[in-house]
Design a protein around this ligand. Sequence first.
Ligand code: GRF
Length: 208
Amino acid sequence: MKNIVILISGRGSNMEAIVGAGLPAKVAAVISNRADAPGLKFAARSGIPAQVVDEREFSSRGAFDAALEVTIEGHSPDLVALAGFMRILGGDFARHYSGRMVNIHPSLLPAFPGLHTHRRALREGVKLHGCTVHFVTPQVDHGPIIAQAAVPVHARDTEMTLAARVLHQEHRVYPLAIRWFVEGRLAVENGIVRVDGSNARQALLAEE
Ligand code: GRF
């Protein structure tokens, strides 16, 4: 059974979706960079070791990354899943977990990397928006794309309604992408991710 370590900073709804998906893997630990992350309570209630590497206790990014790595390694991870982990990780850290660390980002990358993706999508007047699960590389919100889910943008959407529609898809696509990983079905060739041996669809569309 493969071990997954999930990193969170806040609410943790994606973590809950992963935990609740009945994956053929063990969520070995949930780790937060913030002691007050609400998601930690869910982890503890679910019997999953929940730990904090408090970013305020470290004076440099390098020192924080090193402590985080030690904590993660304590759980022998096969996969590290960033789930609303709102902290930029250093290049060395990203390289250490190359090919075994994934992230979910609330936009159809490469559009709208960074913050406030829903606000920016509305400002640009895009007609499709969504979310992306990708392997993590040293470049933030940029790495081989495993799966994406798209939603329509409605004329009356606000940042909140659009975020909710996208989040619903995040909860579908992230467990799916992680399932492919733990089942050993992902291969990356020249930066392109393929899912082998099935009709697995890497593009999901919201059901309206
Ligand atoms: C999600 O929208 C995720 O894509 C983004 O931050 C949000 C975290 O939500 N990176 P949650 O903590 O998983 O509920």
